[in-house]
Design a protein around this ligand. Structure first.
Ligand code: GUN
Length: 302
């Protein structure tokens, strides 16, 4: 096909806001049913210190809880909180029946042991799905909670009618919160998964040969506009998980948010793509809310 024809083809834009609206409609019904049974879901968020980006994220989670009728309990602790003080707070929330889900906002200040903190959360209340017990259940296909960003990406594709089964999915990035769990979710034996998955990362040889083989390319590596048109296959589906703040003298605050994909060069070559912002972003909080409702629903059967 000629370049001219390709240039006139527009990729579908996959928007997290649109997809999340449908999930929120289901969640509102589930929350109403819980309330008929005398249960109000509750999310406890612990923020240690005063990192501005974390403050913004925690504020967004609180606002969404209020909108949906989920009780939001915020625990803002000083930056010099000790490991034992933080562990005591988690034990207190583990024992509190009003709290269905517990989230410790990451990153924690350097003197705190993140791994020990995650393991101290009751797995039933681990709405981030960062606890090794829940990650293990995910790997063997028995998960009731899934990590929010990978689950959001999966839902986004399924609900946009993108067929995953039998496709070659290439994931760029191997983080514990996106790349590794996402590879597992997409390779599960399930008609909405069943993908052949390749994970590439900073040490991969023949990096762009592999990205070019992807029917579905998912990029979560934190490098602004790394993926350019020559690295993708014609007609591929592109999911961009990157959120990089770069300098932009023309912007009001001198900064601009861009993804890990060079959107302008890639969009004319592919069949569907998520923009940044507005693509994957809204899905993470949505799936966190979904996990909180799922955790609260355990009490219906207890
Ligand atoms: N910091 C950035 N993303 C996340 C997340 O999904 N969960 C938590 N707890 N902290 C984060």
């Amino acid at each position: 096909m000629s370049a001219k024809v390709w240039a006139s083809m527009a990729a579908d834009l996959i928007l997290g806001k649109d997809v999340s609206e449908k999930i929120y409609a289901d969640l509102r019904d589930r929350i109403a049913r819980l309330k008929q049974n005398g249960i109000v879901p509750g999310l406890a968020v612990i923020l240690v210190g005063d990192d501005p980006a974390s403050q913004v994220y925690v504020g967004m989670k609180d606002k969404k809880c209020v909108e949906l009728g989920i009780n939001s309990y915020q625990h803002i602790l000083p930056a010099d909180t000790t490991q034992e003080e933080l562990m005591a707070k988690i034990r207190e929330l583990n024992a509190d029946d009003r709290v269905s889900g517990i989230l410790v906002q990451l990153p924690l200040p350097k003197h705190l042991d993140e791994s020990a903190v995650i393991k101290a959360i009751d797995p039933d209340k681990d709405v981030d799905c960062f606890h090794p017990f829940n990650l293990g259940k995910m790997i063997i296909g028995e998960a009731d909670l899934l990590p929010a960003t990978p689950a959001g990406i999966h839902q986004m594709m399924v609900r946009s009618g993108i067929k995953i089964a039998g496709k070659h999915v290439v994931i760029v990035g191997r983080s514990n919160i996106v790349g590794k769990p996402l590879a597992n979710i997409l390779m599960q034996k399930d008609e909405n998964a069943d993908a052949t998955v390749t994970v590439v990362h900073s040490r991969t040889a023949n990096f762009s040969e592999l990205t070019k083989m992807a029917d579905i390319l998912i990029v979560a590596i934190g490098k602004p506009r790394l993926i350019t048109a020559d690295m993708v296959k014609e007609g591929a589906v592109i999911i961009d998980v990157g959120t990089n703040r770069i300098d932009d003298p023309t912007a009001k605050n001198g900064k601009r948010l861009v993804g890990d994909v060079d959107f302008d060069s890639v969009k004319d070559k592919v069949s569907a793509i998520t923009p940044v912002p507005g693509g994957v972003g809204p899905m993470t909080i949505c799936m966190l809310m979904s996990n909180t409702v799922t955790a609260a629903e355990r009490r219906l059967t207890k």
